[in-house]
Design a protein around this ligand. Sequence first.
Ligand code: UDP
Length: 467
Amino acid sequence: AEARRPPHVAMLVTPGMGHLIPLAELAKRLAARHGVTATLITFASTASATQRSFLASLPAAISSVSLPPVDLSDLPPDATIETLMSEECARLVPALTGLLSGLTETTRLVAYVADLFGTDSLDAAVAAGVPRRYLFHPGNLHGLTFILHLPEIDVSMPGEFRDLAEPVWLPRCVPIPGPDVMSSFQDKSDPCYRWMVHHAKRYLESEAILVNSFDAVEPDAARVLSHPEPGRPPVYNIGPLIRADAGEEPRAACLDWLDRQPPKSVIFVSFGSGGSLPTEQMHELALGLELSGQRFLWVVRSPSDEGTVNANYYDAESKKDPLAYLPEGFVERTKDVGLLVPSWAPQTEVLAHEATGGFLVHCGWNSVLESLVHGMPMIAWPLFAEQRQNAVMLSEGVGVALRVQPTKMKEEIAAAVRELMAGQDKGAQVRSNVAALQKAAMEALLEGGAATTALDEVVRKWTHEYC
Ligand code: UDP
């Protein structure tokens, strides 16, 4: 009877749509191709309306359950999101152990998968006796390489990354200038940094690491990590896992607007599920778009002048009317060429639309993958987390993005937008590089493609002794 029950996997989703979307996509693939059912375990702190409706739309093979709320009021008010997530996860180990023990009784639980900031939850899976314990890295191989090397760099490197005169060279990775190293590594006195070292060490305790990337976007790093290495879990590149078109009803008005624009004429501007700009940069961006003369579709959020650029991270909806912060007269002057969407747009549908021709993106990894799968050249405008690192590898590695400098004045933004959309020099090169990567991304997902083969192997391991 045991063998006839479908294999079940429990997945811990640490906060952020950028974690939920790819894990849900992984669960969908497991269900569709392998008949594996899944439980997505979420944190109470992320119960936003966006997340709730997303979870409700998943197929019946995928259930979701929220962990109980955790009191984090003892943490300092300036604790970073990485610290908050890590603390929340560590404090939830007893509750999670109970939940997983329950699942071992009601389902044929073959594996547990925790994402990035959830390494402490591996303890819960051990305590509950879940046979296989994997990690899911929602970023790319560059980010993973850095994390895997962090414990040794922590010991060998005095001082801070941002003060390094030379870029950081990691095996077969694009060299990363110190100030572009991920934000959670930038201040050794912050608990967030210690958490990252902690997670990095615990990465090694998983049985394998699943990564949402594909070889062609970082071919050299892929060559290194695809080889087994003693003391390091095997790494499986199972991407690009991107969100399928939601096909929401009623259809979003911005898609109707796109229907009326010429092919490849619109640049889509968005900063992920939580990113927002300080007022001054928001103004430069607005004026830069206007100056470029190109059509644009911009997901506008209220500015983040409280000193954080990810003020909306836990809840994708902006609190106030974001359009109120734009420069005087901007909306009126650009109404024939631009569309402003407050807070949230159906991003994959926008990128798939034939009127869209480019993407000004914060370099969140999900957005980058979606951009590549839809063949969109990018302007890299990184904000936080590992986004600056991603901007470096995309612009200087595979050459699929133009990077605007951190000063970001309107003239520079306008020039980059024009070059990306219509330029004959760097823009043309980026557009052609993207076309090649789009092809590789699609191939990875086909029957016999790298992602499909890797996931088949993972499922074989999960179910081998238990069927
Ligand atoms: N997203 C969306 N509409 C928006 C903003 C974001 O659908 O207006 C989706 C986007 O398609 C992507 C995810 O939210 O799948 C954002 O993930 P990413 O890793 O790019 O950035 P993060 O939100 O983690 O900063």
